[in-house]
Design a protein around this ligand. Sequence first.
Ligand code: PLP
Length: 331
Amino acid sequence: MGNVNPVLLFASSGTGVMEASLANILAAGERVLVVVNGQFGKRFAEIAETLSARVDRLEIPWGRVVEPEQIAALVATVDYRAVVVVHNESSTGMVTDVAGIGAVLRDLPTLLVVDSVSGLAGLPMRQDEWGIDILVSASQKCLMTPPGIGLASLSAKAWSIVNREDRLPRFYWDFRKARAAAEKLETPFTAPVALIAGLKEALEMIHEETLPCVLERHRRLAHALRTGCAALGLSPFGEEKARSSTVVVMALPEKLNGADIVCRLYERYRTVIAGARNRLAGKIIRIGVMGHVHEADILLDLEHLEAILTELGWPVTRGAGVAAAKSALLP
Ligand SMILES: *Cc1c(COP(=O)(O)O)cnc(C)c1O
């Protein structure tokens, strides 16, 4: 497809490449705008502070997303080195309009840095077209591989900053070394070869199904799962236009506690979903629809969820969740 950016691979979790993305473009005291609408945005702001950037946090209520106009207003007054956003905020299930923000920054010197750890391969992502300067992701979410590979891809605009000698100190994380090695199909340090074999297999699976079909499957399943959960009396969390196709987040009524549901689903059925360990603790449940997930999986989840809700004394109509999801799955 004519992508000219080599993808850089690091032996690391996602957070490693988040840090690397900033270490490669910043000098101490430079200004960074970080959009914070959940836990991973908060983490990115903390990383920027740790690297001694001057950080402005654009705080957005959790369950909402930033509007590109808000970014436009801020970059009109401050000369930021970078604007940092999380594409798919896994803690709230909100998808940010990265294309809209890219359009705002395209003709400015400010770089756009995007965490798509839980979005890439589950949500549309067009780095070049959208004007993303540094995109980071990791192996263990929609890419269906065990944890341990961090990925980064940079635009020419980003490389022109990374290549400067006056940036923060970097050795292992030096994108310049990684690029030089990638051009020879190597890595500068020992590669996690077993994981790379796994990632190759996962990418082949995606190509076999075709990327458009993979993305459509995520969208359909997330929609059906939300519909099914709603039929069990839970309501989708967050603003409607931004709801994720890779993680379904449901708000719980006062009477229910997220941790109880998560715990019981695991104890009874060995079904693993997530709650929250932040300000939303107890108030939401999160169900991953990432990667190798199919209709039967979400229908079984709904069956188990219904059983647990019943156990917890929450009134549900028998079979309502599965029935609603099934009709949402009809073509
Ligand atoms: C999982 C995730 C990360 C990375 O977390 P690690 O544990 O370091 O791999 C970063 N951002 C988002 C949005 C994530 O979902």
